[in-house]
Design a protein around this ligand. Structure first.
Ligand code: ADP
Length: 372
């Protein structure tokens, strides 16, 4: 390093000798040579360049050079400058090395984390696929079981009725009572199986995210389907204008129908049932509400009633405990949420949300259902 610097400085000095005079040319050129040696070579090369430029090189460049007449002050000053530059350069180099090492370590860690994340993602995707497969087979199982159970149940029912008709005069009261137990039991079982079948049929499909349905018409159909429970009871259902939503018409109809028939079933004795259906925009969702003036629910059961087969009024009123679980399943398959606000004796308001078509929550729901 000092040799390259000194050789370059000597060549430069030769070039400048005629223009700025021997001393100045030597002074400037070699000062740069010493600085370069100290900057790139460090302490040793810097000091060596100092010594060479003060004692060796002038032999060739300055006629009658006498080393004894060297200006010691300049030599000391130049050596000091060389030391300082070496120090600054060494500190900079150390800082650069530390930075490089830190960068390398950071890159290593990032690589490691990325690998870990990739591994976790693969494991998660495998688990999700496994879960999807087991869910699909469970759904198929529930569907097949409830579908296949319907036929033998129908047979039990039909033959119990035949038995009652055919042996009407031959059976005593107990015989009739037993047949009655068989028919009511099998009817309850039929309802249960039919409800389970509907429940297992609630699966997200690609069409539900591209089909617009008018919730106003759906509510009208739900009311019409509940006619039997409404007529002659003084019960009323009111609803204003309701929005168009994207979804499975049949499934949303089941939600409204369940809520309206529950409101009719769990009304206060002796008081006409009033049901009010409304919808309001809430962020990127439509929030629907079905309010009644019925017996109400203690809020400690607010989550419980949405679980499969869970009932609060099991003994006194007919039902399977599947209706609200089905509503929850439908709403969640559509990317929404369902809940109840109520207190005993004060009526209940069942609420659920459906993402507004095209909103980010709608896209997330479609993505969540694996339908991109
Ligand atoms: P089911 O009506 O067949 O029992 P659901 O799943 O529809 O089953 O309802 C679960 C339980 O929630 C009901 O048994 C009842 O105790 C309670 N419930 C549902 N709707 C209402 C309502 N509108 N008012 C009071 N209680 C209700």
């Amino acid at each position: 390093m000092p040799l390259i610097a000194i050789v370059s400085a000597s060549l430069l000095t030769f070039a400048m000798l005629r223009t700025i005079g021997p001393n100045a040319a030597i002074g400037y050129s070699f000062l740069f040579a010493i600085m370069a040696a100290a900057w790139w070579g460090g302490y040793g090369p810097g000091l060596l360049a100092c010594a060479l430029s003060f004692f060796v090189v002038p032999y060739g460049l300055v006629p009658k050079f006498n080393p004894a007449k060297t200006d010691l002050n300049r030599l000391a000053l130049t050596a000091l400058v060389s030391l300082l530059i070496s120090r600054v350069a060494a500190t900079r180099r150390r800082a650069e090395e530390t930075l490089r090492a830190a960068n390398a370590e950071l890159e290593g860690r990032v690589r490691e984390r990325t690998l870990e994340l990739e591994r976790a993602n693969t494991a998660l995707a495998e688990k999700a696929a496994q879960l999807e497969r087991s869910n699909a087979s469970l759904e198929q199982y529930a569907y097949a079981a409830s579908h296949d159970l319907q036929e033998p149940l129908r047979m039990v029912n039909v033959y119990a009725q035949l038995l009652a008709r055919r042996y009407e005069g031959h059976l005593d009261a107990a015989g009739h009572e037993y047949i009655n137990f068989i028919t009511t039991g099998s009817r309850r079982m039929q309802n249960l199986v039919a409800d389970l079948l509907s429940y297992s049929r609630v699966v997200a499909d690609s069409e539900q995210f591209s089909t617009e349905v008018a919730s106003h018409e759906i509510v009208a159909d739900a009311v019409s389907n509940c006619r039997a429970g409404l007529e002659g009871t003084g019960a009323t259902v009111t609803y204003g204008s309701l929005p168009r939503v994207c979804g499975n018409r049949e499934q949303i109809l089941e939600v409204f129908q369940n809520m309206i028939s529950n409101a009719l079933k769990y009304g206060k004795p002796g008081e006409p049932v009033r049901i009010q259906v409304e919808a309001a925009e809430s962020g990127s969702f439509w929030e629907f509400s079905v309010r009644d003036n019925g017996i109400g629910i203690d809020m400690q059961y607010a989550d419980y009633i949405f679980r499969l087969f869970k009932r609060l009024h099991g003994g006194e009123l007919p039902g399977t405990g599947i209706g609200l679980a089905l509503c929850k399943r439908v709403v969640e398959q559509h990317g929404g949420r369902i809940w109840v606000e109520s207190s005993p004796g004060q009526g209940s308001t069942f609420k659920f949300t459906l993402p507004i078509s095209g909103s980010k929550d709608f896209k997330a729901a479609r993505h969540g259902a694996g339908l991109l």
